[in-house]
Structures are given as C-alpha cells and as structure tokens.
Design a protein around this ligand. Sequence first.
Ligand code: NDP
Ligand code: HSE
Length: 428
Amino acid sequence: MKPVKVGLLGLGTVGTGVVRIVEGNQEDLRSQVGSTISVEKIAVKNPEKARNVVVEQSKLTGDPWDVINDPEIDVIIEVMGGVEKTKEYLLEALENGKHIVTANKDLMALHGAEILAKAQEKQCDVFYEASVAGGIPIIRTLIEGFSSDRIIRIMGIVNGTTNYILTKMSQEGASYEEVLKEAQELGYAESDPTSDVEGLDAARKMAILATLGFRSNVELGDVSVKGISQISSEDIAFAKKLGYEMKLLGIAERNGDQFNISVQPTMVSQSHPLASVNGVFNAVYVHGEAVGETMFYGAGAGEMPTATSVVADLVAVVKNLKLGVNGLKAITPYKPKLLTSDEEVFSKNFILLHVDDKAGVLAQITQVFAEFGVSLASVVQQPNEHNPNAEIIIITHSASKASMQKVLNHFESLEVIRRIKSVYRVEG
Ligand code: NDP
Ligand code: HSE
C-alpha cells in the first residue's frame, strides 16, 4: 500500500506527542498497517516558535487551509482546539475526502452529530478516542466492547486538571491557585482553565460518553454542571474525616428509558474504587445490565498518553483504508432522548450548616427535612473554636433532587441558619 500522508493541525502538547509516536514507532506502525505513515504538513499559530520536537521547518505553515486543501494529505489530525473555525476546517477536509482524527471534545460535544453525518456522507472516518479520558480507550470500549449490552450507569473522573488539584489539596493541603498553576505548566489544563475548574470540560466528555453509552443524542445542555472552584480546604478535610474523598464526578444514569447526566463535586466513599483515583489519572466506571460493573483507569491528560489514543485512531483509519471500509462503522444514536425529572433523580447528600448555638435549632432543622420527606442518615454538631456559630453536618439517605432543593430553599428563610456552607452529593 502507498505511504499514508498525515496533516497535523496543531503542534502543542498533544501534537508534539503525536509526532514523537509516529516517528519513534514507525517500524511497529508499518508492521501493523502495512504502509509507511508520515506527517507531511503541520499548521500552527506561529511557525517561527521554538518547538519541543524536531520537525523540518518547511513542513510548518501558519495557515490550516494549506493542510486541508493539500491533495496529497490522506488523514487530518486535529489537535489545535477551538470550535467554530475548527468545525469549518474539518467539514471542508471531509468534503475533500480526508479522514479525521481529533482530540477535541469541545467540538465533538457541540457539533459531533453534524461532523459524523458529513463523514458518513463522504464515506470518511472520524475518530475521537483522545477527546475523553486521554489515554483510556473508553470510546472504543463503549462502541465495540459494550455493543451487546444495555448500559445502566457511567460514572467518571474525566478531568485530569481538577483531579490533580483535588488530590494535591487533599494529600498535601496545597492551595487551589498554586496547584492549578502546576497543572497548567504540565500541559493538563485547557488554554482557558475555566472550562476545567467549572466542570464544562467534564460535562462535554460526559455528553460524549452518554451519547455512546445510551445510544441517544445527548447534548451539552442536557448535562447539569457544577465545578470545583467553590470547594474549600475545610470541605475536603470534613470529607476525609467522614471517610470520603472529594472528586469531580460525572454521572450518567439510565432509569428505564430516561437519562440523567450531571457533573458535580461528590464525596466518594473511601471504599469505592473511584476514591483512590488520584492526580491526573482518570477512571470511568461502566455498569451494564449484563456485564455488571467494570472500570477503566489511566492517564487522562498529558502529551504522551493523549497522543497514544490519537495515533491508535490513526492506525484504525489506515487499517480501514487497507480494507476499503472507511466511513462504514459510524454509530448513529437511535434511541429517543428522554431526560429524567428532578423528582426521579436520587442521591445521598452532605450538608454543612452554620447555625445559632441555642436550644431548639436542631429540632427546627430536622423538621424541614421531615416536611419534604428527606430521611437523615446522620447529624453531628461539630465544635469549631474559630467559628462562634455551631457547625451542623448532615448526611441524608437517598433523596430526590427536587426534595433536596425544597429543603435548601426553606433553609434560606430559616432565621437560625446563618449560612448554608456546603452541599455535596455523596456516593457509596
Ligand atoms: P496546545 O495549546 O498545547 O496546542 C495547540 C496547538 O494548536 C499549538 O501548536 C498552536 O500553535 C496550534 N493552534 C492553535 N490555534 C491555531 C490556529 N488558529 N491555527 C493554527 N494553529 C493553531 O493544546 P493541546 O495540545 O493541549 O490540546 C490540543 C487539543 O487536544 C485540544 O482540543 C484539547 O482539548 C485536546 N486534548 C488535550 C489534552 C491534553 O492533555 N493537553 C488531552 C486530551 C485532549 P502554536 O504552537 O504556534 O501556538
Ligand atoms: N484539560 C483536560 C483535563 C485535558 O484536564 O482532563 C484532557 O482532556
């Protein structure tokens, strides 16, 4: 088979890893696909910038169209990020009959359906394994490995930056700002880390996983999102004391024909396998009706782990080229999307209240829970020499999101409650 020519859009953290793997593993790759793979052209923002990998200067261009419109290029690897302009590039590349590999979850969560439809029309491949959980092959697993099963639940730690921050805050008592800076220097964070810390990056990944797992077209707006920027060291210390670790957890649950997808800081029981997923590591727990519980673990971000998934997708494209089956394995969601109402979404909850330290306060608080049918698992009053108010820590039994919201709304107007300090979902 003739050599396969690749055009790269982006030579940052991931693009650098892609060049290293394609060049460093050339022999292995050729043995698997039966042809040479070479990176022929690379679009970057600034072609004059010093690079962390040796590339011929003549391959670099500042204009992505030079890559998209090059008739010699067979496969485009998109690792530059961005949404609207990048979508335009990729749709045109497909129009030109080029196959696509991308690590861009922002693009796939927002415009995946349109890009995949265009790919099918043009009989081209679009693979995006690296877009969720970096080096973990979870997308292929959901599409192929679980094609015979019905997924009930997907729970994931799918953002490396926030897991790195929470781990360092928990294990070393480090400050939020300090650790975020480290994660940026290590190439884990997005160019604007707001999408990491506010949960949007994880929400995009959960939309992609839920679409594949539930075979329904789940969109970003279907995911309820809360990030980690409000979590204090005090919250993390409380969690640990009670036997939990704080994690930013993505949860996609199926209840009959209905789905519910969320991303939120969650206190995960230390006995749950997800509690010991630390640092930049990601893990995705998948519960299928037939298979039962499974879990996938690995590096969720960073140059080489992410590039591993990208190049594995490239290998898949080239194998399909050899067989002449590109564009034939696209999965189109076929189930209707019905979202679960807040009355039907259940979880245990942790609530930390600052209250007046006087007789009858606890009775008023427990009365509100009783009124809205929320049963309590434990209530503890915690002395705090730095806080003149009493601190009440409550853990509920499983309660509906709607009932919990009613309780919290009621607390806002209860005079004895000085502050609803923190509320977290509890898992395990
Ligand atoms: P970087 O910011 O490190 O690199 C981006 C690259 O794209 C740079 O080489 C930059 O050029 C180039 N670029 C940006 N805008 C343009 C443009 N308009 N025209 C031409 N080139 C452009 O990003 P990452 O490598 O970290 O991420 C790339 C993609 O991979 C993103 O979609 C990200 O979400 C995804 N991803 C990243 C992971 C990670 O661990 N970093 C993990 C999984 C997915 P220049 O070098 O000149 O600035
Ligand atoms: N910023 C992302 C993360 C990169 O921290 O997980 C991997 O998608």
